[in-house]
Design a protein. Structure first.
Length: 255
């Protein structure tokens, strides 16, 4: 009888220990996932990724140059619901030969910000469209129409012109890609530019023929386009106002 009681106590103890271990493992895994959330800054070279990274981390303009390796920093977010939250901000190289490093950080990503130079996209739209991140959900994707402060305007806000320009050109180029794919032509066959044919995969844009590609109709999820700028003119606080919409977008994510 005494032996049976001891056996039951031993089994009960083991069950309790097992449950406690499972709860600890579950809680720890959730914390690790949360801590591992990251924001990836990606896009073609000279788009302004490093300038955005420096402005968000150091709250000021710093000299920047074409990155040959990832810049990883910790960024602080704050909102009315959460006092502070730290996330990893990763500025990835935009050079075509280094762009596939994107895949190394994809599993750690909560959001991807694709940075486009709105002042030059009119002449390199095809290459920019080819370097869009692959269609994988999550993470959330935002396209930043950057350097809007360098666009001349007559009445219309510069950031609206930048967003409209980037949206129009990328949708046009992605529609061309969809048409070529429907005809059985690979993206890599469209030209010999070194920026095409990377292993990133590209944004999935297959859809019904005869209907122009539109981001608002993309079945892979919602893609927002925001105008951003980091100006070297004026005082340091005002020069960073051009990132307010992007920072708010990050705040609104379900962290």
């Amino acid at each position: 009888m005494l032996q049976d009681t001891q056996v039951r106590l031993l089994v009960g103890s083991l069950v309790v220990s097992l449950i406690a271990a499972l709860l600890y493992s579950f809680t720890r895994s959730r914390k690790l996932v949360s801590k591992g959330s990251a924001v990836l800054l990606t896009g073609p070279s000279e788009g302004g990724k490093t300038a955005i990274h420096s402005a968000l981390i150091f709250n000021q303009m710093l000299p920047s140059h074409t990155s040959m390796q990832a810049n990883i920093s910790i960024m602080s977010l704050s909102s009315s619901e959460r006092k502070h939250r730290s996330v990893k901000l990763i500025d990835l190289p935009g050079h075509p030969r280094l762009r596939d490093h994107f895949n190394e950080h994809l599993n750690d990503a909560k959001a991807v910000a694709f940075v486009v130079d709105a002042t030059t996209i009119a002449r390199n739209g095809a290459a920019v469209a080819d370097s869009l991140p692959p269609s994988q959900q999550p993470p959330s994707l935002v396209i930043l129409a950057h350097k809007y402060d360098l666009i001349e305007s007559s009445g219309t806000p510069n950031f609206e012109l930048a967003v409209s320009r980037v949206r129009t050109i990328l949708e046009r180029e992605l529609d061309k890609r969809r048409t070529s794919q429907a005809a059985g032509v690979g993206v890599g066959q469209l030209g010999d530019d070194e920026t095409t044919g990377t292993e990133m995969g590209g944004l999935e844009c297959i859809g019904p023929a005869g209907v122009g590609f539109k981001f608002k109709d993309w079945e892979g999820g919602e893609i927002e386009i925001l105008g951003t700028s980091v100006s070297e003119k004026g005082d340091s606080e005002k020069s960073l106002d051009g990132l307010d919409k992007f920072k708010q977008w990050l705040e609104d994510l379900s962290w």
